[in-house]
Design a protein around this ligand. Sequence first.
Ligand code: PLP
Length: 400
Amino acid sequence: WWSGVEVGPPDPIFGLLEAYNKDERTNKVNLTVGAYRDDQGKPYVLNVVKQIERDNLDKYKEKEYAGILGYPSFHRAAIEFALTPQEKHVKENLYVSAQAIGGTGALRIIALFLAKFFPHQKTIYVPAPTWGNHAPVFRSSGLNVETYRHFKPETCGFDSEACYEDLRKIPDNSLILFHACGHNPTGIDPTLDEWSQLSKICKEKNHYVFMDMAYQGFSTGDLDRDASALRLFVRDGHQLSYAQSFSKNMGLYGERVGAVTILCDTPEEKAALESQLKIIVRPMYSNPPINGARIATEILTNENYRSQWLVEMKNMADRITSMRTSLKDALAKHGSTLDWSHVTKQIGMFCFSGLSAEKVDALRNDYGIYMTRDGRISMPALCSSNVDYLDYNTIGRDIL
Ligand code: PLP
């Protein structure tokens, strides 16, 4: 039956993880997948999550289906977290949410929805560069993908003028994706003033905005600051949609907890959208998983858990920031004369190192150091014991 099936290319991120797992060098270092590690380099389950899992065993006496779009209590907790309880759509219940299989599942649902119902051209504009899975998710859902400029290599910063120019140049009524915070892979976000300008341009051009928010609280350790771009757009009157992931900020990677929310104008619009999201989800996986959503809801709605979580989340964010300083300092210590100020200027989980694909390949082949070919380093993969190895034997000495 399958003799005509050819081997496909490995996933750019998870394929590297497989190669890393097969690598027999004992000093290998994995800087690929965006998952938090503690300072011993070990995966970390938040203490508050362990506590809730124990408590939930008693609290929930059933494992029934959640419903096609998941738990309304989870939707509510998630939108209050993203937009605050005081926001107009939240107060007036003018939103539709679907509990999703992680942030990726949320993207998949909105992509299918937009491909089916967006009334204008079915092209979504994403930043250049963007997370490696954006284009595959959108294309396989029936959208075309184009880019607008975001990153300026000369300054390792946000290319505001180029970005404004691109968003003005593309057709009116276009679909625009923004990373709400902690841009992946560059770690470079617009300032609030720049967001304000972006919002204005999108209004003038009547672009439809979709925000991908995979890192609220995890980018800077401050969940309000991380949501400020999304909230600004909503305040400016954008009837937008957004995806949330609770993989990173709650350390619930494998539980697959995410949500997609579409803001609506009227109860009639809400009813129509809700019915259509159900029609999209039902043939894919019928109902979302319940365990992670129950944990996330507890964290967001129980004051006691929430305050414990905020401390743990801040600790994670702070450790990543401290690794940025260690990386930069170690590079200087080992004699690198290049300007590495972008390492500490960038925020969030990733450092966009500026290493070329050839250098990345050399690091992997010669030293067992794995990172994606765009030179992205997953910062939490660094810890006290490997940061010096990384710098001295490789980056600091002969690769650069
Ligand atoms: N969107 C962005 C920008 C991401 O960086 C990620 C994860 O790396 C996701 C979505 C997907 O999140 P999840 O792992 O919850 O599917």
